[in-house]
Design a protein around this ligand. Structure first.
Ligand SMILES: Nc1ncnc2c1ncn2[C@@H]1O[C@H](COP(=O)(O)OP(=O)(O)OP(=O)(O)O)[C@@H](O)[C@H]1O
Ligand SMILES: [Mg+2]
Length: 348
């Protein structure tokens, strides 16, 4: 087993730099998720760890070894891709055995490992089938099986669940997590799905335009996002941002409403999570409703801060009907107000 260190890692394609110096220390056995919008450099970063892309500047260490110059096969890693990349003409057994055969392992050892992995993944009954005779989730498990049999030091995943339907995605998410804990393997998992990121990772790195904006536990990122980007990206529905002024221990909204709490002085952006707005008829935050989305367990009320054009969303428990134009009152606990400066950096 091995940890991974990324040291001031940069990547350029031609003259264009797409990763601008990424640092991370990933502990042995840790599950780290890299999350960020399309094009931010997630796959590039993962492929550099795998050895499928060269390093322009900086260093990657796996365990004690600097791996910059090593071929993928020498890095002792296994990668699971979005499209599984199974060989269609081979059976499940052959697909899982292929990499081991290439490495010249004895047949008995290959059989033993394939069957052990098949048991863990509960695909023993499908070993003689071809990939096309399997469901999406079963194929995904075969792809995982192919990674497991190699007994790598590190698992790398690039959006492995994005081709599956929502229900299967949740199930496979739990399975991947359980499997990684059981095998104790270090894992790096790339996704643009923030729910996946929150639930899978011991820690997450939020990547934005080739820079790591924050690296921490899911709860740290949720409770103390360091930038408006992280604040808006982590959490669903997304955090509200309202222009405001901080003064004398209060935050004053555009419409003059005063909220106790907050530090600093001057122009700020106030971040409020929809689930932290507490229904309170006399509360200072007045939301003028446009429409409600009933989700069953909760209701999202979309509207604007009364007297302004600033969008505001509140999540209410249970079902709740609203009429357009209706004004609802809310309050918020001071600890759940997030203040950011003009550059989008957290204050305090
Ligand atoms: N081979 C390449 N040549 C030139 N530019 C590339 C190459 N591969 C990626 N890029 C660019 O590097 C940037 C990062 O790409 P990357 O594939 O890492 O993004 P990503 O975060 O994985 O996005 P997605 O969520 O869409 O998969 C993008 O701007 C992309 O256009
Ligand atoms: Mg990608």
């Amino acid at each position: 087993m091995a940890g991974i260190v990324l040291d001031k890692l940069k990547k350029s394609y031609g003259g264009t730099e797409v990763l601008h110096g990424v640092n991370a220390e990933i502990a042995d056995g840790e599950f780290v998720v890299i999350v960020g919008p399309s094009g931010c450099g997630k796959s590039t970063l993962l492929r550099m760890i795998a050895g499928l892309e060269s390093v322009t500047e900086g260093e990657i260490r796996i365990g004690e070894r600097v791996v910059n110059g090593l071929e993928p096969a020498q890095r002792d890693i296994a990668m699971v891709f979005q499209n599984y990349a199974l060989y269609p003409h081979m059976s499940v057994r052959q697909n899982m055995a292929y990499g081991l055969k290439i490495r010249g392992l004895p047949k008995e050892e290959i059989d033993r490992r394939v069957e052990e992995a098949a048991d863990i993944l509960e695909i023993r009954d499908y070993l003689e089938r071809k990939p096309r005779q399997l469901s999406g989730g079963q194929r995904q498990r075969v792809a995982m099986g192919r990674a497991i049999v190699r007994k790598p030091q590190v698992f790398l995943f690039d959006e492995p669940l994005s081709n599956l339907d929502a229900k299967l995605r949740v199930q496979m998410r739990l399975e991947i997590r359980r499997l990684q804990k059981r095998l104790g393997v270090t894992a790096v998992y790339v996704t643009h799905d923030q729910v996946e990121a929150m639930t899978l990772g011991d820690r997450l790195m939020v990547l934005n335009g080739g820079r790591s904006e924050q690296f921490g536990t899911p709860i740290e990122l949720y409770e103390r996002p360091q930038t408006t980007f992280v604040a808006g990206f982590i959490g669903s529905p997304a955090m509200n941002f309202l222009p405001a002024t901080a003064e004398g221990g209060e935050v004053v909204l555009e419409n003059g409403a005063r909220l106790p709490g907050g530090t600093g002085a001057g122009r700020v952006r106030l971040g409020l999570r929809p689930e932290h707005l507490l229904a309170d008829d006399g509360g200072p935050i007045r939301l003028q409703a446009i429409l409600a989305e009933q989700l069953g367990a909760s209701t999202l009320v979309h509207g604007t801060l009364e007297g302004t054009d600033s969008a505001l969303v509140a999540a209410l428990p249970g079902t709740r009907a609203v009429t357009e134009g209706e004004v609802l009152g809310f309050s918020v606990a001071p600890a759940q107000m997030h203040l950011f400066d003009g550059e989008g950096r957290r204050i305090g």
